[in-house]
Design a protein around this ligand. Structure first.
Ligand SMILES: Nc1ncnc2c1ncn2[C@@H]1O[C@H](COP(=O)(O)OP(=O)(O)O)[C@@H](O)[C@H]1O
Ligand SMILES: [Mg+2]
Length: 266
């Protein structure tokens, strides 16, 4: 039997990571991570390539497949339920904790259906009361939220593959938002984009942080300083330092954080 997640009561912190360890075969990629991710706002996970950023992000909605040489030990508490509890309903978890990947992977469907899809498979279209016009309104709303509506409103039935990479990434953002996640995980979400599209995604995420908890992985320090309210600095699989972005960027306490921020490592 699966356990339903209690609703977020907006008490902070939203996610609490407790003694989290991940191994890829014998590579101990995350080592005893403790962290709290505040409700709402943007938390940035930063650090040099290979330090474990993606691993940490994907552990937050159990996207690391266990069994293929990957082992996860520890707890991730989401509103007082450990998502690694055997009874966790993965379908519900991934609705509540969405993911925006580094590269856009739209479904081989129309623009409209890419956004409607999640609502259908998660049964949210029942809330749309099987009324096509309500689903239409939802699709429009999320395309607007992702900053794509004006560019696609006259060709909603066109295949998603006809869009540019930058548009596809905004479509994937609309698709992720359409299931109304509480937490949105973003792994280097602008890395495949031109500067203008990248700026667009940054701006959308900054708008969204008012009522969504956003966790972003980035190796771009400027992006982290533009966007983050809270920062987690990883170094060789360990959490070296975390705290409010302003403090961490201005007065890093650990010598490794200082060296990283000065561009001496990574
Ligand atoms: N699927 C995988 N199989 C084996 N090793 C992996 C896998 N994914 C990541 N790793 C290893 O885990 C460590 C952390 O990787 P990752 O989380 O991708 O770092 P980052 O996102 O900071 O670049 C690295 O040593 C990497 O080689
Ligand atoms: Mg990565």
């Amino acid at each position: 039997m699966s356990q339903a997640l209690p609703l977020n009561t907006h008490s902070s912190p939203h996610l609490r990571i407790q003694d989290l360890n991940v191994w890829y075969e014998t590579n101990h990629a995350l080592r005893g991570i403790y962290a709290e991710i505040p409700t709402f706002g943007i938390t940035a996970i930063i650090g040099p390539s290979g330090c474990g950023k993606t691993t940490l992000l994907r552990s937050l909605n159990r996207l690391l497949e266990e069994g293929e040489g990957i082992r996860v030990k520890g707890q991730v508490w989401l509103n007082e339920v450990d998502i690694y509890d055997r009874v966790m309903d993965l379908n519900e978890l991934r609705t509540r904790v969405g993911l925006l990947a580094p590269k856009p992977y739209p479904l081989p469907l129309s623009i409209y259906e890419n956004v409607a899809y999640g609502r259908r498979i998660h049964g949210l279209d029942v809330l749309d009361k099987g009324n096509g016009r309500n689903l239409d309104r939802k699709v429009e709303h999320y395309l607007r939220t992702a900053g794509l509506w004006e560019e696609v409103k006259d060709r909603l039935k066109a295949p998603a593959s006809a869009l540019s990479t930058g548009q596809q990434q905004r479509l994937c953002l609309a698709r992720a938002l359409a299931v109304e996640p509480e937490i949105l995980l973003c792994d280097e979400p602008t890395s495949a984009l031109d500067p203008i599209s990248a700026q667009g995604i940054e701006e959308q995420l900054i708008t969204l942080k008012e009522n969504t908890t956003i966790v972003i992985v980035t190796h771009l320090l400027r992006q982290a300083s533009r966007m983050a309210d809270y920062v987690i600095f990883l170094w060789m699989g360990e959490l070296v330092e975390c705290g409010p972005a302003k403090e961490l960027f201005k007065n890093p306490k650990d010598s490794r954080t200082q060296a990283y921020l000065m561009g001496k490592i990574g």
